[in-house]
Design a protein around this ligand. Structure first.
Ligand SMILES: [Zn+2]
Length: 319
């Protein structure tokens, strides 16, 4: 990402593929990242279904069909591709605006449970700027969704996307953990990309009988028992769990369709809450605006911005 101007849309220089199994389905799949033209956004291409045409799905919050344990995208024909969040987090975390994600199975491969293998793939392909200006979604006022003792909130934040996650589990290894970071490529690589999916041993039989976690193993999930992590290598960060929640949130918020200028706070949240907050933001047309960021400087506050920068630059695409 270094050397790529902040105000211009990016894509990949080349295509690159990774292969693995889905953590929930256990199904093998190859995921291929392809370059795409400016203004394409991120598009999933689900192929390899016997006798059926390929399905194209915008990586968009309106394409979400399920949020139980993973974010699933689909259309009127039903779900098409599951566990989209980690590859989307890697693309968004590294600042890739346009790409086609081809998947030949029902689920994005889980790889090692983190976003790092997708970061490595993107680095292998390379990132290149296009001639087109990048369009951001600027959060103009706080939007909050609460459910029980969980809540999520997007609020104005002009420096880009900021993520604040907090979790609380009644478990001696986790308890309460909080993490906060302004999302930019170097920090994403260093602080978030390697944080893995986690799960509790006590939930395994329930998950399996519901058809989830069929591909989960020590290779792709931090497995937590009564008072220890069962993986022989232990954890990658002392607070790997809350960092992974931040990865999930970045991936889920990437379904906005354009990079957010806003701060997202999630307390005891998950995919369902991330999706609900993003949907609530976009449904309130007074809560956001499309803006372009000047190439020469990053905004620090409203006072720095030309008037045109804070007014909607494009017509609404949400009614
Ligand atoms: Zn995750």
């Amino acid at each position: 990402m270094r050397g790529v101007p902040a105000g211009r849309q990016t894509t990949l220089k080349d295509h690159v593929a990774v292969t693995g199994i889905g953590v929930h389905s256990g199904s093998p799949a190859t995921l291929t990242l392809h370059p795409a033209e400016a203004d394409t956004g991120i598009v999933f291409l689900r192929c390899g279904v016997d006798g059926k045409p390929d399905r194209e799905l915008n990586a968009h919050y309106r394409s979400v069909t399920a949020t139980e344990f993973a974010t699933v995208l689909g259309d009127h024909n039903g779900p098409a591709v599951s566990t989209t969040e980690h590859v989307l987090a890697a693309l968004h975390g590294l600042g890739v605006d346009n790409a086609v994600i081809e998947v030949d199975g029902p689920e994005v491969p889980i790889m090692d449970g983190s976003a790092e293998p997708f970061v490595a793939a993107i680095d292998q392909a390379g990132i290149v700027a296009t001639a087109a200006a990048r369009r951001y979604i600027q959060v103009l006022k706080p939007v909050r969704v609460a459910k029980g003792d969980s809540y999520g909130e997007l609020r104005p934040h002009l420096r880009g996307l900021r993520i604040e996650t907090e979790i609380e589990f009644d478990h001696p290894l986790i308890g309460r953990q909080a993490f906060a970071m302004d999302v930019e490529p170097d920090l994403f690589r260093r602080e978030l990309a390697r944080a893995r999916t986690f799960g509790f041993m006590r939930d395994v039989s329930k998950l399996w009988s519901a058809g989830y976690a069929l591909g989960a193993s020590f290779e792709n999930t931090v497995v937590i028992a009564e008072n220890r992590v069962l993986n022989p290598e232990g954890v990658r960060f002392a607070d790997e769990f809350v960092r992974h929640k931040a990865v999930d949130a970045i991936g889920d918020l990437a379904l906005s369709g354009a990079p957010l200028l806003g701060a997202y706070r999630s307390v005891r949240g998950g995919h369902k809450l991330n999706h609900a907050v993003l949907t609530a933001l976009m449904a309130d047309r007074s809560a956001w605006a499309y803006v372009e960021m000047p190439e020469t400087r990053r905004p620090r506050g409203h006072a720095d911005l030309p008037a045109a920068f804070t007014s909607p630059a494009y017509g609404p695409d949400v009614s």
